[in-house]
Design a protein around this ligand. Structure first.
Ligand SMILES: *Cc1c(COP(=O)(O)O)cnc(C)c1O
Length: 398
C-alpha cells in the first residue's frame, strides 16, 4: 500500500482556496488523486476538459504534434491557425479570428477592439456597456468590466469607460445609454457563469442585437464558459438565433490545452491592424492542434446532442431529487451547465463532495455548479445525483 501523500503547496503563491487533494491521472469523466482515491469529475477543470481526461484521439494527435512543432511565433504563418479559424468561421457565420491563451486575454482583445472601433469613428473616449454580476476575467481591464465588488476590491484605480446595467431589462439599457455618443459596444455573457449561472432571456438577447444594429454598437459576447458545445449548441447565443459582432472563447476550446480566441464578424474583423495587438504564444501549433481535434471529436461523437440530452436528463433528475427540498431555491441551466442554488452560502460543500468522491464547484457563494465533460453518460449523471443529493440534504439540515 502506498503511503498517504499530503497535498500542500508551501512554495506556490497562496491565491486559491484549494481543496486539500492532489490529482494524479484521469480517464473519461473520472480522476484519481495521488493516493489512488477515485472521483467523478463534474467540474471538468471549470468547464475546460470538454472531452474528459485522456481521450485517446486527442492524446495521439497531441503526441504527433509534439514531434512536429510546439511553437514558432506569429512572425510566420501557422497553418493550424487557418484550419481552426476556418472551422470557427463556418460554425458561427462570423469572419475572422484572433488567437491568444486564455479567457481574460480574449476579453482584453475585445475591449481593445471596442475602443479602437470607436477611435476609428472619431470617438476618443469609448464606453462599453457591461452587466451586474458579470465575470470577464482578472486582468485590470477585465476585472473592471466584471460586476463583482469582491473581485475588484484592492485593485483601484479601475479602468474607466464602463457603464453597468442589470440584465434582461432593455429599457434600463436604453436609459443608461440615452444620448451618450461615446458608447461603442455591449459586452455580455449569455449565461453568467461565475455570477451564479444566470441565463439572459433569449428575447432580451435579440433586443440587444437589434439595439446594437440601430446604434452602430458592437455586440460582444463572452462565451468563454458557455461556448464549444457546453449548452448543447456550439455557442450559447445560437439559442437566440443571433450572431454577435465579437465572440470570445477559451475554457472548453482546447479540451485542457490553454487557448483563447476572439471571433469577429464583418463589423469588427478589420478593426485591429498590424501593430495594434499581438501575443507571443497565441495560436501556437500545439494549442491549435488541440482545438482542431477537439472540434472534430465533438462532431464525430455527437457531443452537442449528448450535452443537450444528458444535460436535460441531469437537470431533470436533480429537480426530482432536490427541487422540493427545503433550502434548495432553484435548479437551472442549459445543456451541461447546471446550477443548484441554495438559500445559504455553501462553499463548504466543495470539500465535502470531494470527500465523497465528487468534484464540483460553488459559485456566487450559494450556487453549486456542475459543468462535467461533454462525454458524460446518463449512468454518470445518475452517479452525480446519487452522490450529491444526500450531501445537500445533510448540509441544509445541519
Ligand atoms: C473563466 C472566464 C473568464 C476568464 O478566463 P481565464 O482563462 O481564467 O482568464 C472570462 N469570462 C468568463 C465568462 C469566464 O467564465
Amino acid at each position: 500500500m502506498t503511503a498517504f501523500i499530503e497535498a500542500t503547496s508551501p512554495h506556490v503563491m497562496n491565491t486559491y482556496g484549494r481543496v486539500p487533494i492532489a490529482l494524479s491521472h484521469g480517464q473519461g469523466c473520472h480522476v484519481w488523486d495521488v493516493n489512488e482515491k477515485l472521483y467523478l469529475d463534474a467540474l471538468a477543470g471549470i468547464a475546460v476538459n470538454t472531452l474528459g481526461h485522456n481521450h485517446p484521439k486527442l492524446v495521439s494527435a497531441l503526441q504527433e504534434q509534439l514531434t512536429q512543432l510546439i511553437h514558432t511565433s506569429n512572425y510566420y504563418h501557422v497553418p493550424h491557425q487557418e484550419t481552426l479559424a476556418a472551422k470557427l468561421v463556418a460554425l458561427t457565420g462570423m469572419s475572422n479570428v484572433f488567437f491568444c491563451n486564455s479567457g481574460l486575454e480574449a476579453n482584453e482583445a475585445a475591449l481593445k477592439m471596442a475602443r479602437k472601433y470607436g477611435h476609428d469613428k472619431g470617438i476618443e473616449r469609448a464606453e462599453v456597456v457591461v452587466y451586474e454580476k458579470a465575470f470577464h476575467g482578472r486582468s485590470i481591464a477585465t476585472l473592471s468590466a466584471t460586476g463583482n465588488p469582491k473581485i475588484q476590491a484592492g485593485f483601484a484605480p479601475l479602468v474607466e469607460g464602463f457603464i453597468r446595467v442589470p440584465k434582461d431589462d432593455i429599457e434600463a439599457l436604453k436609459k443608461a445609454t440615452e444620448g451618450n455618443p461615446n458608447i461603442t459596444a455591449v459586452f455580455l455573457e449569455t449565461i453568467q457563469g461565475e455570477g451564479g449561472l444566470h441565463p439572459m432571456r433569449l428575447e432580451y438577447l435579440q433586443q440587444v442585437r437589434q439595439l446594437c444594429d440601430e446604434r452602430g454598437w458592437l455586440l460582444m459576447i463572452d462565451e468563454v464558459q458557455t461556448g464549444v458545445g457546453r449548452t448543447g449548441k456550439w455557442f450559447a447565443h445560437q439559442w437566440a438565433g443571433i450572431v454577435p459582432d465579437v465572440m470570445t472563447l477559451a475554457k472548453g476550446l482546447g479540451s485542457g490545452v490553454p487557448v483563447g480566441a476572439l471571433v469577429a464578424g464583418p463589423k469588427a474583423a478589420h478593426v485591429l491592424q498590424p501593430g495594434n495587438h499581438g501575443s507571443t504564444f497565441g495560436g501556437n501549433p500545439l494549442a491549435m492542434r488541440a482545438c482542431v481535434e477537439t472540434l472534430s471529436i465533438i462532431e464525430e461523437e455527437g457531443l452537442l446532442d449528448n450535452a443537450a440530452k444528458v444535460g436535460a436528463y441531469l437537470k431533470n433528475s436533480l429537480q426530482q431529487a432536490l427541487g422540493h427540498v427545503e433550502g434548495v431555491t432553484d435548479v437551472r441551466g442549459m445543456g451541461l451547465m447546471i446550477g443548484v442554488e441554495l438559500a445559504k452560502p455553501c462553499g463548504a460543500l466543495v470539500g465535502v463532495a470531494a470527500d465523497s468522491g465528487l468534484l464540483i464547484s460553488v459559485t456566487a457563494d450559494s450556487v453549486i455548479r456542475l459543468v462535467p465533460p461533454l462525454i458524460l453518460t446518463e449512468a454518470e449523471a445518475d452517479s452525480i445525483v446519487a452522490l450529491l443529493t444526500p450531501l445537500v440534504k445533510a448540509f441544509l439540515a445541519a
